[in-house]
Design a protein around this ligand. Structure first.
Ligand SMILES: [Zn+2]
Ligand SMILES: [Zn+2]
Length: 224
């Protein structure tokens, strides 16, 4: 079982067409992949519409759960709630927010604004988030990301410590932009162990929490 809720196609700054990304994910052993291209007011509708089309094509012909999403990226924090709602209304099944990674000048306040928004599913690479914000993630059911991406992964240890203390749920994602970034079972496990997860914490991060997120998406789709 291999899951990945944060990847990019060439609809933003990845190198693959969405359908090729999905095809390569199947070959790598994925059960589910979300494609979450960078989005703002400039491109939100076109990205979501395009991802819906290729995800639908993949699910029609292949045995994979392909989820059209967005990663709201470098937005003014006050705009995150509105854009997250717009993405969902357009048909995005998953909203990721590009968190305050240690390696990019993400506007301060992004983590807080994302974690207050119930339309947000995952706060990606939040940086050295404290226990207070991790507690907000736990209360609002927003997953915190352990990132396999170079640079972003520098704060994984701090994310794990805060999430553990606050009871927040973790996911391991690739943030893939190219074929070489696609996860394997072994790599996902090594990223989790390297971030400091204990043996007992591996199953929730690698399987339990992904299943909970998939169930949440499925129940939203049933409600329409
Ligand atoms: Zn990117
Ligand atoms: Zn990303």
């Amino acid at each position: 079982m291999l899951f990945d809720f944060h990847t990019h196609s060439f609809l933003s700054d990845g190198v693959l067409l969405p359908i090729e990304l999905i095809r390569r994910a199947i070959v790598a052993g994925y059960s589910a992949i979300a494609i979450t291209d960078h989005a703002s007011v400039s491109n939100l509708e076109s990205v979501v519409d395009s991802l819906i089309a290729d995800c639908r094509l993949a699910e029609t012909h292949w045995d994979i759960r392909a989820i059209p999403g967005v990663e709201l990226t470098h937005l003014p924090p006050a705009a995150i709630g509105d854009l997250a709602a717009r993405a969902k209304a357009r048909g995005a099944q998953l909203v990721v927010v590009h968190g305050e990674t240690p390696v990019e000048p993400v506007p301060p306040g992004t983590n807080l604004s994302a974690l207050r928004c119930l339309e947000v599913d995952i706060l990606a690479h939040p940086g050295p988030i404290g226990v207070e914000l991790a507690g907000l993630a736990a209360r609002n059911g927003i997953f915190l990301e352990v990132s396999a991406h170079r640079g972003h992964c520098l704060a994984n240890g701090a994310v794990v410590v805060a999430a553990r203390e606050a009871g927040a749920s973790l996911l391991v994602n690739s943030d893939a932009h190219a074929p070489a970034d696609i996860l394997s079972d072994d790599l996902a496990r090594r990223v989790a162990i390297g971030a400091g997860l204990s043996e007992a914490e591996l199953e929730p991060a690698l399987a339990g929490n992904p299943h909970r997120l998939l169930d949440r998406i499925a129940s939203r789709l049933r409600r329409g």
